[in-house]
Write a protein that binds this ligand. Structure first.
Ligand code: ADP
Ligand code: MG
Length: 378
């Protein structure tokens, strides 16, 4: 556990970056510090590993004042990832990852072998090992940064806007990867971001800070969306919070509607006979969805239904949890329905096979039911 007790940081020019901060950070969880630029997130993070010391107050790591540990010793147990990975430009990717273990006395061979494993863990192909950082994209460099921070197997990981400088699609990928890694590693992660969506997606708990270095609210993402403590939090959490809150409600067990399926390669006449409310979903030989057909489309097809000319489907709704992930939420279910050309979202199992359809009405009924049982605060 990391505990901030009345921590204040005043810089020599008089700026109060962090003001009497009290915060208890749980072990094995992702805690996100979020807030606008200049609210003291980086300053708070850097006081944990003693890159900075507080002006007053105390930070405890597992009950011990961090100032009782020498910075070098402290940092062996605390990985640190920053925005522009901060890699050594003249070392290969593999050696970048192996650096800290070697400094800590691990033999070079063993350190490199471990580095290769870590590269795989963060999703980097082995061929990258001998490249230099400049030969990697921003997203790949961030993966190397994460692998490097994990190399000494520290129980604590500090991450300062690690994904802020990459484009949204890569960022989404890195976020998913981090959640997957965390489900295996169970580190104590303190993650800094200015992006509330990222905070809500990644955080087990989220600390919203305001400029002046004070804590506005410390809560679970769901509670933050449902009950913002004040106007600042509510405006920071944003206009779409009702919609985002759907993302916390598991849609497991939600009632699925029958959906018409047509195997690819079927006769057009057979497909026509199967349409339901004017639509059918075309599936491959493993019942995975390929796209939709409707009467106007079938009338342009010659003999059999081919995969090439289908109306593309919407997002899919994962009806059951995969081994390494979670089942879909009401938000996913609603999105599947709204993005489908037939207005019926497609629910799939862990193998991606169609198990049923889901309509927006069903999702709204499930939401109403959740509100009645108090599962979501109204
Ligand atoms: P954030 O990471 O939330 O953007 P910072 O912790 O970097 O915020 O900064 C908090 C406040 O402290 C800001 O007003 C910033 O300008 C100020 N600050 C940061 N570093 C220094 C410094 N070395 N000297 C003076 N003021 C600083
Ligand atoms: Mg910062």
């Amino acid at each position: 556990m990391i505990e901030f007790q009345a921590v204040t940081k005043r810089y020599p020019d008089g700026t109060v970056a962090v003001d009497a901060l009290d915060l208890a950070i749980e072990d094995g969880r992702i805690t996100v510090l979020v807030g606008p630029s200049g609210c003291g997130k980086t300053t708070s993070l850097r006081m944990i590993n003693r890159m900075l010391d507080p002006t007053s107050g105390t930070i405890l790591l597992n009950g011990k004042d961090v100032r009782q540990s020498r910075p070098a010793a402290l940092r062996r147990g605390i990985g640190y990832v920053i925005q522009h990975a901060g890699l050594f430009p003249h070392r290969t990717v593999l050696d970048n990852v192996a650096t800290v273990p070697v400094l800590n006395g691990t033999g070079r061979r063993a350190a490199r072998a471990r580095a290769a494993e870590l590269m795989e863990l963060v999703g980097l192909p082995p061929a990258f090992a001998r490249r230099y950082p400049a030969q990697l994209s921003g997203g790949q460099q961030q993966r190397v940064g994460v692998a490097r921070a994990l190399a000494a197997d520290p129980p604590v990981l500090l991450m300062d806007e690690p994904f802020s400088a990459v484009d949204p699609i890569v960022r989404d990928d890195l976020q998913q990867q981090l959640l997957r890694l965390q489900s295996e590693l169970g580190k104590t992660i303190v993650f800094v971001t200015h992006d509330i969506d990222e905070a809500i997606k990644l955080g087990d708990r989220v600390a919203v800070m305001r400029v002046g270095g004070t804590l506005a609210q410390y809560d679970t993402p769901a509670a933050l969306l449902a009950k913002p403590a004040d106007d600042f939090v509510s405006s920071f959490v944003g206009r779409d919070r009702g919609y985002r809150a759907l993302g916390f409600l598991a849609a497991q067990g939600i009632e699925l509607a029958p959906v018409a399926t047509v195997p690819v390669g079927a006769e057009v006449s057979a497909a026509r006979a199967r349409l339901r409310d004017g639509w059918a979903i075309v599936v491959d030989d493993q019942n995975r969805p390929l796209g939709w057909v409707s009467e106007p489309l079938l009338s342009t097809m010659d003999g059999t239904v081919t995969a090439a000319d289908l109306t593309s489907g919407g997002s899919l709704y994962q009806a059951e949890a995969a081994a390494s992930g979670t089942a879909g939420t009401l938000r996913n279910a609603l999105d599947a329905a709204l993005s489908s050309p037939s207005q019926l979202g497609i629910a799939v199992d862990t193998d991606g096979a169609v198990v049923g359809g889901i309509s927006a009405d069903t999702v709204l009924r499930a939401l109403a039911a959740a509100r009645e049982t108090g599962e979501v605060p109204v």
